[in-house]
Design a protein around this ligand. Structure first.
Ligand code: SF4
Length: 412
């Protein structure tokens, strides 16, 4: 094994499940299934999980564990092996091939404890040479998922090559775009041939007029065609849903609308400011919006990722800000600009370093990553909205959990 990541595949309930096992510096580990479900493992758990995924027999693993860890007898080791084996199967079941990663779920055991790197990266589509270098570095530091974010209207011809490279390393790959910016079915087919796992489309189709206002008159038609194509190509579809004041009336219909399109996951990003001026949401509205989304997602079996709310940026029009999409899909995800600059998922959009020129240790030591880097207990939450779980990562009405414009200018 080189680097902290290992990639495994195995069949679960007739479908191919992909697992990534990342060993942290203290010997503990994180096991990800389909880049969507995460399980925190002790040092013993890492040993057991790796052996199980490599196909060793349970009896042999129990023997090895009992020999290696003093104080663990065979029967205890055997119980531990059974438990990890059951967890490995269960992890892959609920949303196979959902290609999202979030630490928001309080039932997940990772939270924000001493991670050595994030779990996913959004990469603003780079040139071929830089892209190859960035992808290799992401894998080397232990990031198993990359989502290519396409700049307006441009689908680089080398994108399938970058997807192929990432897949060959063992990464899960996605592409995020406005449907109109993917006008060619052939280009999407080429990406699928290269191994693409998921297609993330900016989507407000629960309100057709709003979708047209934000993304263009014909965009929803193109989105529908792409969703059908993605199903044909067995790509997992993710709806990237902007949250504005005008969508609130339709939130109760969102889950059903997504299910109608066979879309199994959504990334929700609010555009907000403190007071909710014009069409943007007010900070105080966000807990209720998040609660409604969680209820919808749970009821319809959707995988929900709450992206950090984007603070309204007055330097661009609202429509242009919405079209940019979220900075990153969830708190366990970073953004990498095409030139290698690394931006944390929350806080000002200032670069924490450059993946192409700075050692990862230096980037990760930046104050922007303190919450993820340090070993901390579960963040405190209040009891105001008992139904909500995503505030385990911080209260959505608190501006410190938002993505805010750069202080130094120019990152977004
Ligand atoms: S921290 Fe409190 S107010 Fe904020 S979302 Fe959670 S329960 Fe609601």
């Amino acid at each position: 094994m080189t680097g902290p990541l290992q990639h495994f595949t195995r069949e679960v309930d007739g479908s191919l499940a992909r697992y990534h096992l990342r060993v942290e510096r203290d010997g503990s580990g994180i096991l990800l299934a389909n880049a969507s479900q995460a399980l925190r493992l002790s040092e013993t758990g890492v040993l057991i999980a790796r052996a199980l995924l490599e196909g060793a027999s349970r009896g042999r693993i129990s023997r090895d564990v009992a020999l290696r860890f003093s104080g663990v007898d065979r029967s205890r080791a055997s119980r531990d092996v059974d438990e990890v084996a059951a967890a490995i199967e269960a992890l892959a079941r609920p949303s196979a091939r959902a290609a999202l990663t979030s630490l928001d779920d309080p039932d997940a055991t990772v939270h924000r404890r001493a991670l050595s790197a994030p779990l996913a990266a959004e990469l603003v589509s780079p040139g071929l040479g830089r892209g190859e270098e960035i992808i290799q570095k992401l894998w080397d530091v232990g990031i198993p998922q990359v989502r290519f974010v396409l700049p307006d209207g441009a689908v680089p011809g080398h994108l399938p090559r970058l997807i192929e490279l990432a897949e060959d390393l063992g990464m899960i790959t996605g592409v995020r775009a406005r449907a109109s910016d993917l006008p060619s079915d052939a280009a999407v087919r080429a990406m699928a041939m290269a191994g693409l796992d998921h297609l993330d489309l900016l989507w407000a189709g629960v309100d057709k007029k709003l979708h047209a206002d934000l993304f263009g008159d014909r965009d929803l038609e193109r989105a529908n065609a792409l969703i059908a194509l993605a199903h044909e190509l067995e790509l997992f579809v993710v709806a990237v849903v902007p949250l504005l004041a005008s969508i609130l009336d339709d939130l109760d219909d969102l889950g059903e609308a997504l299910r109608g399109q066979r879309i199994g996951a959504m990334v929700a990003y609010a555009i907000a400011d403190e007071v909710g001026e014009g069409r943007v949401l007010a900070a105080l509205e966000l807990p209720q919006v998040a609660t409604t989304l969680e209820e919808e997602a749970e009821h319809f079996g959707e995988n929900l990722v709450w992206a950090a709310p984007e603070e309204r940026d007055d330097s661009v029009s609202l429509v242009d800000q919405v079209k940019r999409g979220p900075r990153a899909a969830g708190e366990a995800c970073i953004r990498i600009e095409a030139d290698g600059r690394v931006i944390a998922p929350t806080g000002p959009a200032d670069a924490a370093g450059n993946l192409l020129t700075d050692p990862w240790e230096k980037i990760w030591a930046n104050a922007a990553f303190e919450h993820w880097r340090e070993s901390v207990d579960d963040p405190e939450r209040c009891a105001a909205c008992p139904e909500i779980s995503l505030c385990a990562g911080g209260c959505p009405k608190d501006r410190t959990t938002w993505a805010t414009p750069a202080r130094t200018g120019g990152a977004e």
